[in-house]
Write a protein that binds this ligand. Structure first.
Ligand code: ADP
Length: 455
């Protein structure tokens, strides 16, 4: 069922319930009021008749009947008076021989007053005392006006109920359609968005109500999708470009070499240069492969308990084996009492690769090829701080350096593909860590990595 119909139905059900309860209370209260009123009128009639007959000497049954016939009577009024010995001493309708059972007369004597009804006719029995005598007066009548008024009230309530419900259902349908219109609009607009027009946005309306908030949230999601889509597109374009450049250079070198006969030394030079270019391509391919590996689902990556200090020392040794001119200085700010606090749950190869990238950057972008690594521990994990006194990164570029293939304008003189930092960030995040970079152009660069410790 559509929300629109559901809302209308719910609304109509609630209002019907309230209306039914209201109408029933009005009807029941009116019916009770009518009965009470009619019984008190009957009582008045019974007392008046008894007084006239028993207290006024000049009035006898015949005269009383004549008086009654000429006064304003209740509909189907019938009054009977019984004496002390339960003998009928007055019957307002001579022709009506309806007799009242002794049982009822006794009940009236016992309770002083008795009310009951037969076939919609209200009957009232009261005791009337005159000196030592106790009479019983039974008055009955049909409440024609009261009952017809009640009938009319019933009709009005039923018609009112049907009319109100019809109006409520229609207005509910119109109102809910109106209220849900913005949602239909959002659905329509979202439906029109595909990969080719991810830059489109949904109208945000008044930016205040829930539907506007939904549209705003949706737009935020679209922005995130758009940027990751663009990143993806740029990634492929950049990767192809990075691979094509060395290939073009290699092709150019071979073509130049083939133009004429060359000496042994010249051929060696050309082959060495091609070898360098292939090395370059190799490192790019390795970088891409590692990035793909680090982009896998966390569950697909094998993790073990590792000692962070061991990893740092190993990375230092391995780096120095490759580039002996790098100066990698390691300093422990504090050392945990418990050796378990040195443990991290992670993938050894990925962590090594992340740390190597940072160390390599610090050394290659500083003239003294030196990196200072400070390691400190706290209750949550450990901080690794890598600082160098190198070329630095400008404020305008520092926010982009984690994007794949991005290289700052002052870094082009050094070899690189701009993949290291984005790979490092991915690896750190895969281990629930954080990475921050701060820099002052031509002065220093500091990279801080936090890894949570094994709990
Ligand atoms: P690259 O292969 O270019 O070094 P990275 O992803 O490792 O790629 O780094 C991205 C860019 O960040 C670098 O090109 C450089 O502009 C800047 N960068 C990273 N580390 C440093 C540093 N220690 N000093 C100065 N610039 C740095």
């Amino acid at each position: 069922m559509k929300i629109r119909n559901k809302l209308t139905l719910l609304f109509a059900l609630i209002v019907s319930g309230l209306l039914i309860a209201f109408s029933l209370s009005v009807y029941i209260l009116s019916a009770n009021f009518r009965t009470d009123q009619f019984y008190s009128r009957l009582k008045d009639r019974a007392i008046t008749t008894a007084r006239l007959l028993l207290a006024v000497k000049e009035v006898d049954s015949g005269l009383l009947r004549i008086i009654d016939r000429n006064s304003l009577l209740l509909s189907q009024e019938h009054i009977l008076i019984y004496n002390n010995d339960n003998e009928l001493i007055y019957n307002s309708l001579e022709e009506d021989t309806t007799n009242i059972s002794l049982n009822i007369i006794n009940k009236v004597r016992l309770n002083n007053e008795l009310r009951y009804d037969i076939n919609d006719k209200e009957i009232l029995g009261i005791q009337f005392h005159k000196e030592t005598k106790h009479f019983v007066v039974i008055a009955s009548a049909y409440d024609m006006y009261g009952r017809s008024k009640l009938q009319f009230l019933k009709l009005i309530l039923i018609i009112g109920f049907i009319l109100s419900i019809t109006i409520i259902v229609f207005s509910g349908l119109i109102y809910s359609a109106q209220a849900l219109k913005p949602i239909s609009k959002v659905i329509y607009q979202v439906d029109a968005i595909s990969a080719t027009n991810l830059n489109s946005r949904v109208e945000e309306g008044n930016r205040k109500d829930e539907i506007a908030l939904l549209a705003i949230t949706f737009n935020k999601m679209l922005s995130r999708l758009e940027s990751s889509f663009n990143l993806q597109k740029n990634f492929v374009a950049n990767a192809s470009h990075e691979l094509r450049t060395p290939l073009t250079v290699i092709k150019g070198q071979i073509e130049v070499a083939l133009l004429k006969n060359r000496t042994q030394i010249e051929y060696e030079e050309i082959l060495n240069s091609i070898h360098d270019d292939i090395d370059n391509m190799n490192s790019l391919a390795n970088g891409l492969l590692e990035l793909a590996h680090a982009s896998k689902d966390v569950s697909e990556i094998t993790k073990n308990e590792l000692r962070i200090d061991d990893i740092i020392w190993t990375v230092q040794t391995e780096m120095q084996k490759k580039k002996s001119y790098y100066k990698i200085l390691i300093e422990f700010d504090n050392f945990p009492d418990n050796e378990n606090d040195l443990l991290i749950f992670g993938n050894e190869h990925l962590i090594k690769s992340a740390l190597s990238n940072i160390i390599d950057n610090s050394c290659k972008y500083s003239s003294d090829n030196t990196v200072n690594i400070k390691i400190s521990f706290n209750k949550d994990g450990f901080l690794l701080e890598f600082s160098d006194k190198g070329i630095g990164i400008s404020d305008s570029e520092i926010n982009q350096i984690f994007e794949p293939f991005y290289r700052a304008s002052n870094a082009k003189s050094q070899k690189g593909h701009g993949l290291g930092l984005s790979l490092t960030k991915k690896i750190v995040e895969l281990h629930n860590g954080k990475i921050l970079i701060s820099s002052k152009i031509n002065q220093e660069t500091k990279v801080v990595i936090f890894f949570p410790k094994l709990i």
